[in-house]
Design a protein around this ligand. Structure first.
Ligand code: SME
Length: 160
């Protein structure tokens, strides 16, 4: 049985990630089921930071298909190279969008989303899914988020 997640509410972003990382590692390292781990990572990030939407899109043939997430209902399928998620998949890199209105081709699952970060995950050297986080604030993501989220994605990759 998982213990309760504990993150200092008043802490800055970097400290929150530093508190969260070992707890996420503890949650997923002995669990081989991918869906269970994706679900708990989405919940842990949503609960700790209060992001508007946190979830995974999984590569299924030529599309990304909605996986475990926390937040309002979302688009179920995204084509290769489309939107922020499809671009992250195609270019195989993390993408930070400071203002979604300025990203050509951004797919608006909700009009409340203002900024976004998408991080690819890999299996056998290929992108197998992406983590997508949306904020209702403009410019809410930076290199601190990228660094820690990429570390969490590496932890997840080790459980596949
Ligand atoms: N905005 C994303 C689509 C997914 S939703 O934000 C949950 C995109 O442009 O790929």
């Amino acid at each position: 049985m998982a213990e309760e997640l504990v993150v200092t509410k008043t802490a800055g972003k970097n400290q929150k990630y530093e508190e969260l990382l070992p707890q996420i590692k503890g949650l997923i390292q002995d669990e081989p089921d991918m869906i269970a781990n994706l679900a708990n990572v989405a919940a842990a990030l949503h609960q700790s930071f209060g992001f508007f939407w946190v979830g995974f899109y999984i590569v299924r043939e030529e599309q990304l298909v909605l996986g475990p997430f926390q937040g309002p209902i979302a688009c179920t399928r995204i084509n290769y190279g489309k939107g922020v998620c499809g671009t992250s998949w195609k270019e195989d890199k993390t993408i930070i969008v400071e203002d979604v209105e300025k990203f050509p081709g951004h797919i608006a699952c909700s009009s409340d989303s203002r900024s976004e970060i998408v991080i690819p995950l890999h299996k056998e050297g290929k992108v197998c899914m992406v983590l997508d986080i949306d904020s209702d604030k403009v410019n809410d993501f930076d290199a601190t988020d990228q660094k820690h989220l990429e570390t969490i994605m590496k932890m997840l990759e080790n459980t596949f």
